[in-house]
Design a protein around this ligand. Structure first.
Ligand SMILES: Nc1ncnc2c1ncn2[C@@H]1O[C@H](COP(=O)(O)OP(=O)(O)O)[C@@H](O)[C@H]1O
Ligand SMILES: [Mg+2]
Length: 389
């Protein structure tokens, strides 16, 4: 007999996983409608775990098949538990810092550190109190770019005092590790290191802490988002397509972590000839506009390839400070103003940050690739800019 009662009897044989009571006794069966040989069953269960739902579905199908009925099951279940919002829970392990900016890129070598350095110095030149944290544990190069190489950090009590350069407070994993000693970073170590860099540095009152992240979308990014309320994220990319694919992952990570995206810095976009000042297209300028649109954000600035950017980086004199009259410096200054506008607009809500699952980050994890360094063309020998010399 195919009627509601026989179906109910069959459902009494479906036990809730781990219990000796059936889903009927638990009152989880909310509705049964029979339509020919198909039973439309509505359930409301108390677990958000997929294994529980899958097991119940399989058992119902098995029981009903014995009386020639197919089950069409709708399961209502609670939302997976969410990590408390850093803002709502008050979690901010560096409470004297008002805003945190996460600078990220899909891969190394695209100019993430160059951008972090110049945006920080630009914000300081615009009157903000700024900190710069080099959290790129795999390739910390901020000390060199800020002229702080080989400096020993001062310890005050249990805490580390940041260096100061160009009006910016700076600390780097590179300054805290033994020089030349390569560490193999495992997930838990990465998380601990990021937490310590936030908690154990005497940052003091800051309007903004700019954080140069390791490339990719792994544990470091998740830890940062779970330790402090990140105000905005900045993505650095080059216009080439390979880089753009990586960039998508990086932008998607911001979305997953519910970090508002302030914008994209399109770096190595075009080449400004040092001799004739003409700008020419090398890697295909402007490709980031579409990417920005897709993620509902904007290109904060397009930074050309300019030999003086690399030279100023190598010499520890950020270009916005040492050569403020250059096109590049002006563009970094514009990017910094736009960044600040975005910071002021952002109200960080990290309430939906996903917890780690079995030690693996909920966001896509990518191992840091080796730092690929792009060598810019330092002369016009290739004729790419079309000038004659
Ligand atoms: N727009 C640019 N023009 C010229 N050289 C650049 C530019 N951006 C970055 N560089 C140089 O490219 C190299 C990689 O940049 P870096 O900022 O260290 O990248 P990342 O931090 O993403 O690995 C550095 O030597 C840097 O000076
Ligand atoms: Mg770097």
């Amino acid at each position: 007999m195919k009627n509601i009662d026989t179906i109910k009897e069959k459902l009494k044989k479906v036990y809730y996983p781990g219990f000796a009571k059936s889903i009927v006794e638990f009152d989880f069966v909310k509705d049964i409608k029979l339509d020919g040989d198909i039973a439309n069953i509505s359930l409301a269960i108390t677990s958000s775990a997929t294994e529980v739902e899958d097991s119940i579905r399989a058992d119902i199908e098995k029981e009903l098949s014995t009386i020639g009925i197919k089950a069409n099951i709708v399961v209502h279940k609670p939302q997976a538990p969410k990590q408390n919002s850093n803002t709502l829970s008050g979690k901010n392990i560096a409470p004297t810092v008002k805003n945190f900016v996460m600078v990220s890129s899909g891969k190394g070598g695209v100019g993430k550190s160059t951008t972090s350095v110049n945006l920080s110095v630009a914000l300081a030149m615009q009157g903000k109190s700024v900190g710069l944290l080099d959290a790129d544990i795999y390739g910390p190069n901020i000390p060199r770019m800020m002229g702080l190489e080989n400096q020993e950090p001062k310890i005050e009590g249990q805490k580390v005092v940041p260096f100061e350069a160009y009006g910016v407070k700076v600390m780097s994993m590179g300054s805290l590790m033994e020089p030349g000693k390569a560490l193999i970073w495992r997930g838990a170590m990465v998380m601990k290191a990021i937490e310590q860099l936030l908690r154990d540095i005497v940052w003091g009152d800051l309007d903004v802490l700019v954080i140069d992240m390791p490339p990719g979308t792994g544990d470091a990014q998740l830890t940062l988002a779970q330790s402090v309320p990140v105000s905005v994220g900045v993505n650095v990319t080059t216009p080439q397509h390979v880089a753009l694919d990586d960039s998508k992952r990086s932008l998607e990570m911001f979305e997953k972590l519910h970090i508002p995206i302030a914008g994209i810095i399109e770096n190595m976009s075009g080449f400004i000839c040092p001799k004739c000042d003409e700008e020419s297209d090398i890697f295909g300028k402007g490709t980031c506009e579409k990417l920005a649109k897709d993620y509902n954000t904007e290109v904060l600035s397009s930074i050309p390839i300019e030999p003086s950017i690399r030279i100023s980086g190598d010499e520890g004199e950020p270009i916005v400070f040492s050569q403020p009259e250059t096109q590049t410096s002006k563009r970094f200054m514009t990017a910094a103003s736009k960044l600040w506008e975005n910071i002021e607009k952002s109200k960080p809500d990290n309430s939906a940050i996903q917890p780690t699952i079995g030690g693996v980050s909920a966001c896509s994890t990518q191992t840091a690739k080796s730092q690929e360094t792009k060598k810019e063309k330092e002369s016009c020998g290739s004729g790419s800019c079309g000038c004659e010399h």
